[in-house]
Design a protein around this ligand. Structure first.
Ligand code: CP
Ligand code: NVA
Length: 304
């Protein structure tokens, strides 16, 4: 039984195995077929924060695979004074075959996984968002073929999405460049973790967005204030103003793709012109969340 709490819970070859199942299921889906690999299986989605993509893509994935899913929001009392996370997790995992958890604090998912008798998948925490990074690299693979040696330039906050991409890029041999104000780059603990985990990974941090995108195959951004950071919104708007991904920045990399995990704050981290422009693959990227999560669910629940 395996959990996917952080991207490094999957090795590079396991990522490839998940992608292979995803591709097969996507081809069938595009041809109008559903492969019921998980009949009768039940997926619980325990969410402490809002979601469109993660929630619906997992629920649709489970339906396509012949299983079912339960969405569990605030009224189930998860991570509240109603009962302990351990009691919640021990009981829930008796009823279902896998759990996706979106939590405020990363440690909540770790605690849930520690007691769960079924696989737990991180559907986003304040620390990382592994399912997003998997779908992003899958999308890139489909778009450009071989990704090793290419550069992903993340222009924006060194947040949960950026950390996950840094790890997955390192695992798949891509260069990762983060362009952000110094105060919003990775912290020392994450830098140390990356160096230990992936000593050969090419990870660069800079305050210069133009230098970051110059050789990039992909320019990626995300909101400047993530869920839970609403009170920092004004300060972050000021700090990140020079890091907006707009047409002027994209002129430095006319062949690069533009990616964003969504939801986007149009007019802040990205302009309409870029997110709706010819370099943008954001809708395909969001669509691939479902295909990759199908592959991940099938892989975790026994189709290896
Ligand atoms: N990208 C992403 O995880 O979107 P949601 O917050 O809508 O799930
Ligand atoms: N960094 C964003 C990602 C949303 C999918 C957040 O955590 O709110």
């Amino acid at each position: 039984m395996r959990h996917v709490i952080v991207p490094e819970d999957l090795t590079a070859s396991e990522v490839e195995a998940v992608f292979a199942i995803s591709r097969d299921l996507q081809e069938k889906h595009d041809a109008g077929r559903r492969d019921a690999l998980l009949p009768g299986r039940v997926l619980a989605l325990v969410f402490e924060k809002p979601s469109l993509r993660t929630r619906v893509s997992f629920q649709a994935a489970m339906a396509h695979l012949g299983g079912t899913s339960l969405f569990m929001g605030a009224d189930t009392g998860f991570a509240s004074s109603r009962e302990s996370i351990a009691d919640f997790g021990r009981v829930l995992s008796e009823y279902v075959d896998a759990i996706v958890c979106r939590s405020k604090a990363h440690d909540t998912i770790t605690q849930l996984a520690a007691v769960s008798s079924v696989p737990v998948i991180n559907g986003l925490s304040d620390y990382c968002h592994p399912c997003q990074a998997l779908a992003d690299l899958y999308t890139l693979r489909q778009r450009v073929g071989r990704v090793a040696g290419l550069t992903l330039a993340f222009v924006g906050d060194g947040n949960n999405v950026a950390r996950s991409l840094a790890v997955l890029c390192g695992q798949l041999g891509m260069r990762f460049v983060l362009a952000a104000p110094a105060a919003y780059q990775f912290d020392a603990a994450f830098r140390d973790h990356l160096r230990t985990l992936l000593p050969d990974a090419a990870v660069v941090e800079t305050e210069d967005p133009v230098a970051a995108v110059k050789d990039a195959a992909v320019v990626y951004t995300d909101v400047w204030a993530s869920m839970g950071q609403e009170r920092e919104q004004a300060a972050r708007l000021r700090a990140f103003a020079p890091y907006q991904v707009n047409a002027a920045l994209m002129r430095h990399c006319p062949d690069a793709l533009f990616m964003h995990c969504l939801p986007a704050r149009r007019g802040e981290e990205v302009t309409d012109e870029v997110i709706d422009g010819p370099q943008s693959v954001v809708v395909e990227e969001a669509a691939n969340r479902m295909h990759v999560q199908k592959g991940l669910l099938a892989w975790l629940l026994g189709h290896r």
